[in-house]
Design a protein around this ligand. Structure first.
Ligand SMILES: NC(=O)c1ccc[n+]([C@@H]2O[C@H](COP(=O)([O-])OP(=O)(O)OC[C@H]3O[C@@H](n4cnc5c(N)ncnc54)[C@H](O)[C@@H]3O)[C@@H](O)[C@H]2O)c1
Length: 337
């Protein structure tokens, strides 16, 4: 029984912004229809190392897609010259339960996280949004830019990071990739956030770093960084003013941007408008007015990983990329499509 092994360097050229966006939007659409199986992430907490590990299974029946991702978050990994987030994805054939592929999930995670923000921005931000602020210029931060310029006509992006090196690196790459875009360094979170149409917060912060008084009416916020209990990036007063859309109820209450304010009783379930998938399929309204503030609370869903992993697998087969490994020795082979 042969399984396709795919390295990060083989996967990167297979991932295109438009295709990943489509795959992720389709995953959210199926969730909006109530057609996915996705138990909430299971966490292990490596508290003494300031890290955690999550296991994320999913099955999207209509797409015949199933996968399990194992992913960590260790914000101090720079000291070991390792990324904060690393992942492995096992793609499963739902028909037999056999593994089809085992692939690096690090790039897929960053792409599908950017794609979720892109989809949310498409459905929730003002159509004329042109100014973007990014707080946190790490691995996820740069992908936010790629997927947001894909859905809105962004003319200026301001970026802030506590590390000058991360900020400079982001700016250099963004200017090279998008020469028509004005890419500006912000000297504080406040400067990155004030007078923006869209902001993305992409840090591992455990206390609010974006204050209510800096946020104008009409803004759309992608709150990406908070994806474990105790993490938060936004002043809860912003959430009180905003229409809040989560990616998944259970995960958001447990570990999303709303987890701390809900546990403190600052906001309640009733303050949450619904899930992104529900907006996509029209079960819930999207932005109602130019002055409305919208917040997308992203925890990251296993269905995002599964659809993108399937896309990678299909393209790898088409292009003959990857290497085959026989885990289980059978006297007959299992066909790959
Ligand atoms: N929602 C999702 O689907 C999803 C997916 C992946 C990662 N994440 C989360 O996103 C966060 C970032 O992940 P990453 O892989 O980009 O990590 P990273 O370490 O590559 O980047 C994080 C950046 O944030 C900066 N930073 C830290 N504190 C800051 C602050 N107070 N103000 C400004 N900048 C600050 C760091 O210097 C770093 O450059 C993590 O919390 C991770 O758990 C969420």
């Amino acid at each position: 029984m042969k399984v396709l092994l795919l390295r990060e360097q083989e996967i990167k050229p297979l991932l295109e912004v438009n295709e990943v966006s489509e795959a992720v939007e389709q995953a959210f659409r199926e969730k909006g229809k109530g057609m996915v199986q996705m138990p909430p992430k299971t966490y292990l907490y490596y508290d003494k190392y300031n890290g955690d590990l999550r296991v994320m299974p999913a099955y999207i029946e209509s797409m015949d897609v199933s996968a399990v991702k194992v992913v960590n978050v260790h914000p101090d990994n720079r000291a070991f010259d390792l990324p904060t987030v690393m992942a492995i994805i096992i793609l499963i054939d739902p028909k037999t339960g056999a593994p089809q592929a085992i692939m690096d999930g690090t790039e897929i995670t960053a792409m599908r996280t950017g794609a979720a923000a892109g989809v949310a921005t498409k459905y929730l931000s003002r159509r004329d949004a042109g100014r973007l602020g990014i707080v946190g210029a790490g691995a996820q931060g740069s992908k936010q830019l790629d997927f947001i310029v894909n859905v809105r006509n962004i003319v200026e992006v301001k970026v802030y990071d506590v590390r000058e090196e991360a900020k400079a690196n982001f700016i250099q790459k963004a200017r090279q990739k998008y020469p028509e875009l004005r890419v500006v360094a912000a000297e504080s979170v406040e400067e990155a956030v004030r007078n923006q149409d869209i902001i993305c917060t992409v840090t591992p912060s455990r206390k609010p770093i974006v204050m209510n008084e800096w946020v104008d009416d009409g803004i759309h916020i992608n709150a990406i960084g908070a994806d474990a209990p105790g993490k938060e990036e936004l002043d809860p007063a912003i959430l009180k003013r905003a229409m809040i859309i989560v990616d998944d109820w259970e995960q958001a209450l447990h570990s999303g941007e709303i987890n701390v304010p809900v546990s403190k009783g600052l906001i309640t379930r009733g303050d949450i408008h619904g899930e992104l998938g529900e907006v996509i399929v029209g079960k819930k309204r999207g932005r109602a007015a130019d002055k409305e503030i919208t917040v997308f609370d992203s925890t990251g869903l296993a269905i995002q990983d599964a659809t993108v992993a399937k896309l990678v697998y299909k393209k790898a087969l088409e292009e003959g990329v990857g290497s085959w490994f026989e885990f289980l020795t059978l006297n007959r082979s299992i066909p790959h499509p």
